[in-house]
Design a protein around this ligand. Sequence first.
Ligand code: ASP
Ligand code: MG
Length: 413
Amino acid sequence: MGSKGLIVQKYGGSSVANVERIRNVARRIASYRKKGYDLVVVVSALGDTTDELIDLAHAINPDPSPREMDMLMATGEQASSALLTMALHRLGIKAVALTGPQSGIYTDGDYTRAKIVNIIPKRIHQEIARGNVVIVAGFQGLSPEGDIATLGRGGSDLTAVALAHALKADLCEIFTDVDGIFTADPRIVKSARKLDVITYDEMLELASLGAQVMQARSIEVAKKFSVPLIVRSSLNNKPGTLITEEVEGMEGAVVRGVSLDKSQAKVTISGVPDRPGIAASIFKEISKAGINVDVIVQNVSSEGKTDISFTVNKADLRKTLEVLEKVRRKIKADKVTADEDICRVSIVGVGMRNHPGVAATMFEVLAKNKINIEMISTSEISISCIVKARYGAKAVNALHSAFGLGKKRKKSA
Ligand code: ASP
Ligand code: MG
């Protein structure tokens, strides 16, 4: 083929939000072609198309069938792939648009959140050999029943990473509307800095902790297969952030970033009889209902009774309360309450593993700012505190500067 290498690129919804931006993406692709790269390009639906389609579905039927939801949602990416291909043709670049199924992406049958089970990229290889840029509709594949299935919100990232692995691409570039991964959300922290490099693990924590730059599952897959990833802007030529394996010397920073997640709500079941098996019976019912639980705290018991609090996604709150009310009656607990007015503030960094006292510093910073901590959870490379929602921004800013993440960093001795 005489190619300089194969690059998989992904352009998010904001990067193809309108005609001008689609043309802009086409020009970028053309410049890569000129340099001699083969390209497979994954696109998301234009702008907020997916949200609009979901709203439309719910206006017609509040409980739409998942299979038909996927029929509907997959059209968004089909449209953007065709439009981008047309823009390339206009620039005289050979290109072809393919749906997920045409690209050989096979999924399980779990509609609206299907997993990729296999990729057979025969057609993609054929099109590359014909000299085409291959534009793949993201977020979708073919279910075992032969139907179209979507990969969960943000699933185009997964399409791109999985294709990069299947095609043994030299690089996977994720184009978005920000310059890369930041030490904190620049809308909240003025002095937030773009990171040049971050590890898969840190990125995973940030994605699932609410930094929302990439779909968490896509980063798991990238880590599993060591797919070299770059997150960068489609609106300029800045180099972005490299997401990679941990290499020596990356530990310079103890904390790599601070994140804020407002998507959680706290529920408490109080007056729970304190005996073995109670927690199991509560969380078994919750998990049976398909609800993901995050931070869990069980209070010290008094007089044989205790309180258990945990957080769930706000979207799952109603269902959680229904399930808990049933459990409460069964185990004869006193009451179930909910608090939506919370947020989770987290610090993340692989350097934490070898630096004692990071948690203490975090708690001290919050205390100094008179922010009460309601719950705490930790992983090997992150510490999260649940605090009142109104303190979220203040907490993130205070932690960002306390851990020296701001722009004007003092040179360490
Ligand atoms: N369009 C889909 C969504 O908004 C998939 C994606 O953007 O990656 O979730
Ligand atoms: Mg989208």
